[in-house]
Design a protein. Structure first.
Length: 249
């Protein structure tokens, strides 16, 4: 268990108040920058939702949405009654280097589609090769937790960029380098869609598709799991941008 530090003090906490309408995506970027600029390590605690909301001048709901996205791709761990803790340091520097000369816009999102799909399929294959009853239970627990969260949410947008299923596959795939690439691409994916001002797909439908992939995965049907997962990853963004889908426009 990583060592925990107390939350950053008020003097150390410097964020720019947000005035944009699409606030939760801006909150996401601010929290990511805060983790990076303060060199937070796994186990470090973030300020509370209330503190974040007050300092940024936004609602606690917007902060919770951003935190859920970060938790979805394994960046933070939100523990009820305890606080939100960093699980991994920020990828801001790596993303900045990798995306030099590029703009996080719809063109970038289109270029990222095949990269994102390839990485996630590779993670699924690696997880399949290393699956055990214990690891299957870990993935099932992640799906169960996501189901509980969806049942409690009343915001149609909240969590639509959730990566909890994919991130859990990364945790059990047995390849740390691949998992780190996955996490980096997931963050770029969120940034690209945030720039586009939308999310690719309905959160309840996406969760149902995650369950379908896992059912095939658990039944040792890798070809079917890969086929369903590829469609899950590819179709919503390709249709959004009018790109070719399975040989059709």
């Amino acid at each position: 268990m990583p060592r925990r530090r107390d939350a950053i003090t008020e003097d150390q906490f410097r964020l720019v108040p947000i005035r944009h309408v699409d606030v939760y995506r801006e909150v996401l970027g601010q929290i990511e920058a805060f983790i990076s600029e303060n060199a937070l390590k796994p186990g470090d605690r973030l300020p509370s939702d209330r503190e974040l909301a007050e300092r940024l001048g936004v609602s606690r709901a917007s902060v919770r949405q951003a935190t859920k996205v970060l938790e979805g791709f394994g960046r933070v761990d939100a523990q009820r009654g305890s606080g939100t803790y960093v699980k991994e340091p920020s990828h801001v520097a790596a993303i900045t280097d990798l995306a030099t000369g590029l703009t996080f816009d719809s063109s970038f999102a289109r270029q990222l589609i095949p990269v994102h799909t390839a990485i996630e399929l590779a993670v699924l294959e690696a997880a399949f090769a290393h699956r055990t009853p214990e690891k299957l239970a870990v993935v099932q627990a992640a799906l169960d937790r996501r189901a509980r969260i969806l049942a409690e949410e009343d915001d149609a947008e909240a969590g639509s960029l959730d990566f909890s299923f994919e991130a859990t596959l990364g945790q059990v795939c047995g390849n740390e380098l691949l998992r780190r690439f996955q996490s980096l691409i997931q963050e770029m994916w969120v940034r690209a869609w945030s720039a586009a001002g939308e999310a690719p797909g309905d959160k309840h439908l996406l969760f149902q598709e995650h369950c379908e992939v896992f059912e095939r995965f658990r039944n040792a049907d890798l070809p079917s799991a890969l086929a369903v997962f590829r469609e899950h990853l590819d179709l919503p963004p390709r249709r959004r941008f009018g790109l070719e889908v399975n040989g059709r426009e």
